[in-house]
Design a binder for this molecule. Structure first.
Ligand code: SF4
Length: 377
């Protein structure tokens, strides 16, 4: 049987290409990329609609990363989409259905698709402000292409109106597929960000009737009183984008962020957040592949000991980032390291927190899939 974890790792580290006929209905019948925040493809494709993500036969969700030179390609065959690795037929894949609300407008007349987009199968994503102050000083994280993506595609509203967000959540939930929201912004001042998030969550709760909204909030690093303030907005979980566990790698790769929030501050804030949100309802986010396996797993262990979960995104050396043109570790490294990480998380019995985030949420992380192999869903 195919090792789907390894296959997913290969697809996100090598990228994928598609026969034009296989993507003909992307943007009408199937969900297309909308570049709500970062671009993950190996090359830009402004004129071409491509799938946001797709599923493998065992239900694994995979992020689509365009690479015209990839050995993996999709062709239509007998009414199905068949994935090939060079000449070897691998398996059938399926693009994900396009949400109906992508055609609708908010009462203010804004295109709903430009307000919030679905990531993976069931996670409704909002970037409430596509801005990061680190770019102006050339201190951005070396893997980040936020500004370039926004300039190249200009496909979403850069600031989101809270009422628009509430209406989009209501419309998306009514279709029956969405189970979580995921909110994030760029780097803005804590007071301003808490105010923005509070307004947005109030609108979501009003439009849905949720007391606690199932989902994740990833603000600029939350510290001190802001952690409790975010809890009071009614979001189910809080994320901390540590990016890299090793202190020295972190400072080198994320100079702007490290100047504002040290490694130790992240750790103490995560500990505090677990006390407020509860075990399993706090996430440390890493970009995996930028530091050695050993330090990454040390981080997974330390975070698990705090009762928090880990979301390790697979690094894409994407256009517009400082590391464009480099390459990520090979698929075997990702598959093996994630399986070891899953072992650590499982041993520490960190609650899975699947009310807020699950393996269907995005096709970027492999840890959920590795945990699924251990019966955690
Ligand atoms: S903090 Fe880093 S990853 Fe986040 S938007 Fe700024 S540069 Fe990008």
């Amino acid at each position: 049987m195919e090792d789907y974890l390894l296959l997913k790792a290969a697809l996100v580290t090598e990228g994928i290409r598609s026969d034009p006929a296989s993507v003909a209905e992307v943007g009408t019948r199937y969900k297309e990329q909308n570049h709500g925040l970062f671009g993950w493809d190996f090359e830009n494709h402004v004129e071409q609609k491509l799938p946001d993500d797709f599923s493998l036969p065992d239900g694994t969700v995979v992020q689509y990363r365009k690479n015209s030179h990839s050995q993996y390609h999709v062709v239509p065959e007998d009414g199905r989409l068949q994935l090939y690795h060079n000449d070897r037929s691998v398996c059938e894949v399926q693009w994900l259905r396009r949400p109906r609300y992508y055609e609708k407008k908010t009462t203010k007349g804004n295109d709903m698709i430009k307000v919030g987009q679905i990531g993976g199968k069931d996670c409704l994503f909002f970037c409430y402000q596509n801005y990061c102050s680190h770019f102006a000083k050339n201190q951005q994280c070396a893997f980040c292409n936020l500004v370039s993506t926004s300039n190249v595609y200009d496909s979403v509203m850069r600031k989101k109106d809270p009422v628009d967000v509430g209406e989009v959540v209501k419309a998306a939930w009514a279709e029956g597929d969405v189970n979580h929201v995921n909110l994030t912004g760029g780097c803005i001042t804590p007071q301003r960000e808490v105010a923005i998030v509070s307004e947005i969550l109030a609108s979501i709760r009003e439009h849905t009737g949720f007391d606690t909204v199932p989902g994740t909030l990833l603000p600029s690093p939350a510290k001190g009183d802001t952690i409790h303030q975010y809890y009071e907005t009614g979001i189910g979980s809080l994320c901390f984008a540590m990016e890299v566990w090793d202190k020295k790698y972190y400072e080198a790769i994320c100079p702007g962020k490290a100047a504002g929030t040290s490694h130790d501050e992240f750790v103490s804030s995560i500990k505090q957040a677990v006390g407020v949100f509860g075990e399993g309802n706090v996430y440390a986010i890493f970009v995996m592949g930028l530091e050695p396996k050993e330090t990454f797993l040390t981080g997974v262990k330390a975070i698990s000991e705090l009762g928090a979960n880990v979301i390790p995104f697979v690094w894409s050396p994407n256009p517009g980032s400082k590391l464009f043109g480099h390459r990520a570790p090979f698929a075997e490294w990702y598959a093996q390291t994630n399986r070891e990480a899953a072992e650590i998380v499982h041993d520490h019995a960190v609650p899975a927190g699947t009310r807020n985030h699950c393996y269907l949420c995005d096709g970027n992380s492999l840890l959920h899939d590795a945990l699924r192999e251990k019966g955690v869903v």
